[in-house]
Design a protein around this ligand. Sequence first.
Ligand SMILES: Cc1cc2nc3c(=O)[nH]c(=O)nc-3n(C[C@H](O)[C@H](O)[C@H](O)COP(=O)(O)O)c2cc1C
Length: 163
Amino acid sequence: MSDDKIKDALRMMPYGFYAFTTKDGDDVNAMVVNWVSQMSYAPRLLAVGIQKSCYSRGLLAVGGGFGLNLFLQADSDAIMGITSGRAKKPEKMDAADYTAAPETGVPVLANSAAYIECKVTQIVDVGGDHDIIVGEAINADVMKEAAPPDVLSLTELGWSYAG
Ligand SMILES: Cc1cc2nc3c(=O)[nH]c(=O)nc-3n(C[C@H](O)[C@H](O)[C@H](O)COP(=O)(O)O)c2cc1C
């Protein structure tokens, strides 16, 4: 515990851990994210908090697409190659193993358990260092069916992106 109780409380929130994938023309990218949630049933909207300064943010535009890739805990190695940003690791996607999602063309990483393709419906500047990217789920596939406790999350990695 620290003397910053807001930070301590925010770090107690459990989070998933996903690959967020984007595309603009021939340029594709994948980054790790945990600030993700479904926001509506009808239509099925997802919201993702994305850093204003990251490379992926530059590839996003309203009407464009993004993908969320879920992994089994047993396949955590499959996401580790994309934990660095493009600025630090420009060759990140050259080394990545992926296919193109059918509707949007965004990367689906090899060994992911499921993916959800979304069409960007809104990009909301909430006045902070991250924007909220809202997307409508337009396609998905489940390659390795699993219950939530078996899906990769920050809890078992012991990592944190909050506070
Ligand atoms: C555990 C963890 C969780 C993260 N979650 C998010 C997130 O939800 N949103 C975000 O914008 N960045 C998140 N990041 C940071 C990005 O992954 C990082 O800024 C990355 O370098 C961006 O990649 P890019 O520049 O290639 O787009 C997280 C990083 C880690 C290690």
